[in-house]
Design a protein around this ligand. Structure first.
Ligand code: NAP
Length: 336
């Protein structure tokens, strides 16, 4: 059945002079690709990738006009896959949603059914988006560390970007699992929050980053969960203990690993593991979201979630790109 529904969406347009403009306007479901599921979006969330897409980063989004939003939760309206029925509550994080497929910053999305997860029974559509891609990536990073055999007795775990989406979720989950967590926090802002979630110590960038360009630094960490990259990740690798594990999932402080040598790997046996949450197999996503809805549910972070409407997105996109955001942003799509 083809429905032609007019809906509200945040749309990014490329102008003839190469600049990008953002506005909230109307589209119709006929504008969407005709995929297996048509979903009425209730909530989305703002992730770093959305901020890049909304400002014309062609590494994220090749074609404009475009509606970003890598996350969405909501209700199935039509399905050609028997696994889903109208009225089912589902969530989508990652794959191509919001990149080159019209994303969660619109009131409707149309997607392949292989991208959709049934919302776990103990999770609301709002909670799923309060966690979103960033929280899922934090959880996946912790899972990788645990699967690599790093145990709470092995020593301290360094989490970088700890007041951000990925870092705050990773820190809270590590604490639930009994690890000692040291936070690297850029500006030392939000210290009260870090203390409240039980962070054992807080470092500034100056405490960690090596300016002498040594091949190795003093051994400090049993594991590292990094979401900032650049010189921070380089110094974290150089200061990881023998047999330690470092996960990498972001680049807000830079994409280059300049100054890194092979010594952390060939002298200390350090492992560097990549985290690419968007393309995680559905089975893994299901397993991690099940934990996020039960034993790993990050209720400690709910009071740092800000709920906004579509017309408020632009301001928050620029705050995120300037490193001025803290906590997660849930976008209320259904009431926008
Ligand atoms: N690979 C994946 O699957 C995946 C999934 C989600 C996100 N990501 C990536 O992970 C990164 C973080 O995402 P997010 O959602 O957590 O972003 P976010 O909420 O904006 O948090 C980033 C945090 O990094 C710290 N930071 C910002 N600028 C920095 C700088 N120049 N140097 C050092 N630290 C800095 C800040 O925390 P403090 O003030 O506490 O230091 C900030 O809160 C992004 O690059 C994003 O694209 C990757």
């Amino acid at each position: 059945m083809t429905l032609n529904i007019t809906y509200k969406a945040f749309v990014v347009t490329e102008m003839p002079d190469g600049s990008f403009q953002r506005s909230t306007g109307y589209r119709t479901t006929e504008d969407l690709p005709h995929k297996d599921l048509l979903i009425k979006v209730h909530y989305s969330s703002l992730n770093y990738k959305d901020a890049l897409s909304a400002t014309g980063n062609k590494g994220v989004t090749r074609r404009y006009p475009h509606t970003p939003g890598v996350d969405a939760s909501g209700e199935v309206i039509t399905s050609i896959d028997d696994a889903f029925s109208p009225g089912n509550m589902v969530m989508v994080t990652g794959y191509d949603l919001g990149m080159n497929t019209s994303g969660g910053f619109g009131q409707y999305i149309s997607i392949p059914s292989t991208w959709a997860l049934r919302l776990p029974g103990l999770m609301t559509p709002w909670e799923a988006m309060a966690i979103g891609t960033a929280g899922f990536a934090g959880a996946l990073s912790v899972q990788k560390l645990m699967d690599s055999g790093i145990r709470p007795d092995d020593g301290e775990i360094l989490v970088t970007g700890t007041t951000g989406g990925v870092g705050s979720h990773a820190a809270v989950i590590l604490k639930k699992e009994g690890y000692q967590v040291v936070a690297l926090s850029l500006g030392g802002k939000d210290t009260a929050f870090l203390e409240r979630i039980g962070i054992n110590r807080i470092l500034t960038t100056e405490d960690l980053v090596d300016k002498m360009e040594k091949g190795l630094l003093s051994s400090r960490w049993a594991g590292v969960i990094d979401s900032v990259g650049g010189p921070v990740l380089v110094s974290a690798l150089k200061s990881t203990k023998y047999g330690g594990v470092v996960t990498s999932c972001g680049n807000v402080a830079g994409a280059s690993l300049s100054g890194l040598t092979v010594y952390p790997f060939i002298i200390r046996g350090v492992s560097l593991l990549g985290v690419a949450s968007a393309e995680s197999p559905l089975e893994l996503k299901t397993r991690i979201w099940q934990k996020l809805s039960t034993t790993w549910k990050p209720c400690e972070l709910w009071d740092r979630v800000k709920e906004i409407y579509l017309h408020e997105l632009e301001k928050h996109i620029f705050q995120m790109l300037e490193g001025k955001s803290s906590g997660r942003i849930v976008v209320n799509i259904k009431d926008s």
